[in-house]
Design a protein around this ligand. Structure first.
Ligand SMILES: [Zn+2]
Length: 456
């Protein structure tokens, strides 16, 4: 796998050129890229060759001609899906068995896995052009202010990435990939696994000086904010960026107050393993789609488009820069709402807001509760978690502070949870204490409430 600065520059200049003349040029570029990707997929991917057999010629095909694809179906056909027969699922999985290979290219490809929050994890393969696209287009779509910010944090200290480290996740491995590809970037990075005890994380963060930025999940930012408020954490990052989960305005406010060192408002990224650069946040706080290379569709349950301004049931993603593993009208599961009006920032690219990775609601009988209904913070605990183990049985787990009295913490948390249920007419719910540590998702995200999966 060889990273080319020239091709990255090509993506950058092409991106500038496309945006220059507005919608017409963007749409023309998108259609050209789509038809090219369809042509390659048909020629080199047996799966797409068969799927697209009865469709119009690639030169005249449009997006609506193409069927929707799903992760489960594509993963089941992995060895026929890729446009390179030499990279099989067995080879990719074998490579990912050892954490020593994290961020290490497998031949011509970078291989990462998704967290598998919705079923089987997907194995995502990128060749050099996809990486060049990420760097080139990110640069092309930055506002002047963001460019200044990027320059500043380059000089101002360590950039911390605090995400899941328990697998070949892109958050943990992307910087190692960058180093392996010898992509020149002056920034220094430090990775901290989200799975370790909060006490350890706080200790490590307090030792990093100066700190330029932190990239993490909103759920981890919530924990860090609380640690900072209580004075156990005392860090002064210039920039905080969150991604991967819904970022509420409450948390934004609270974190802003807890970290007065911030030079810029907290950035909210929207990306996924399948496409690290599928949206960019502008200075007005909206997410824009880089539509020359990414197609993001807001659709209903039947995969029909929903009007702008309406919240979609799911989203379809098409990644035009990934030729090795075609992702074409790939169902993402996120709920989006496109803004009906142009963004005040003046960008010609369509903008949207994300309803986020669907919140896990708690269902007991006929009652549905938001996880936000429960107050799971306790002054003697670093984090508290509630897990639904049967329809009307819950257990409480906690990571306690050294000076906390475990019995008292659990008793008080259980009492407050019981009150919430009682207020909602659920008096027969059982709540137990568990001695196990809080459970994290495969990619290291901490959810305060884990409910039973819905029967499918
Ligand atoms: Zn904007």
């Amino acid at each position: 796998m060889k990273f080319s600065v020239i091709r990255t520059l090509g993506f950058y200049l092409g991106g500038i050129w496309t945006a220059w003349r507005g919608r017409k040029r963007i749409e023309a570029k998108q259609l050209k890229n789509l038809r090219y990707l369809v042509k390659v997929a048909r020629e080199k991917s047996p799966y797409f060759n068969e799927l697209y057999r009865d469709l119009p010629d690639s030169e005249i095909i449009t997006l609506s001609d193409l069927p929707v694809t799903s992760k489960v179906e594509l993963m089941g056909e992995f060895d026929r899906w890729l446009t390179d027969r030499s990279l099989t699922l067995a080879r990719a999985r074998h490579h990912m068995e050892s954490m020593d290979n994290l961020g290490l290219p497998l031949g011509d490809y970078a291989v990462f896995r998704t967290s598998g929050t919705s079923g089987e994890p997907a194995v995502i393969v990128s060749s050099a052009p996809m990486i060049e696209y990420i760097f080139g287009l990110t640069l092309a779509r930055m506002s002047r202010r963001q460019f200044r910010l990027a320059k500043e944090i380059e000089r101002s200290g360590t950039n911390v990435v605090l995400t899941g480290g328990g697998g070949h996740f892109v958050g943990a491995g992307f910087d190692r990939l960058r180093q392996n590809l010898k992509i020149p970037l002056k920034r220094t990075f430090q990775f901290i696994p989200a799975e370790q005890a909060i006490e350890q994380t706080v200790k490590q963060l307090n030792e990093i000086k100066p700190m330029a930025s932190i990239v993490t999940y909103p759920s981890m930012l919530a924990i860090l904010t609380r640690e900072q408020e209580l004075g156990r954490l005392h860090i002064s990052p210039d920039v905080i960026k969150v991604a991967g989960e819904t970022f509420t305005s409450d948390l934004r406010e609270r974190a802003r107050r807890a970290f007065p060192s911030l030079q810029f408002d907290i950035l909210n990224g929207y990306g996924c393993t399948e496409c690290l650069f599928m949206a960019f946040e502008c200075d007005c706080g909206r997410q824009h789609v880089p539509e020359d290379w990414v197609i993001l569709e807001a659709v209903d349950e039947n995969h029909q488009p929903v009007a702008d301004g309406i919240l979609s049931a799911t989203a379809l993603l098409t990644v035009l820069a990934n030729e090795v593993q075609p992702l074409i009208r790939y169902e993402l599961g996120d709920r989006l709402r496109f803004y009906p009006d142009p963004c005040p920032c003046g960008s010609p690219f369509r903008s949207f807001e994300v309803e986020g990775r669907q919140a896990t609601l708690v269902r007991v009988g006929e009652v549905t509760l938001s996880p936000l209904a429960f107050d799971l913070e306790h002054e003697c605990a670093r984090r508290v978690q509630m897990i639904q183990t049967a329809e009307d049985v819950f257990e409480v787990r906690a990571e306690l502070l050294a000076d906390g009295n475990p019995d008292q913490v659990f008793e008080q948390v259980i009492e407050s949870v019981r009150e919430v249920f009682a207020k909602n007419g659920l008096s027969g719910v059982e709540i137990h204490k568990s001695d196990a540590p809080p459970q994290l998702t495969a990619s290291g995200k901490f959810h305060e409430v884990i409910s039973l999966p819905l029967p499918s």
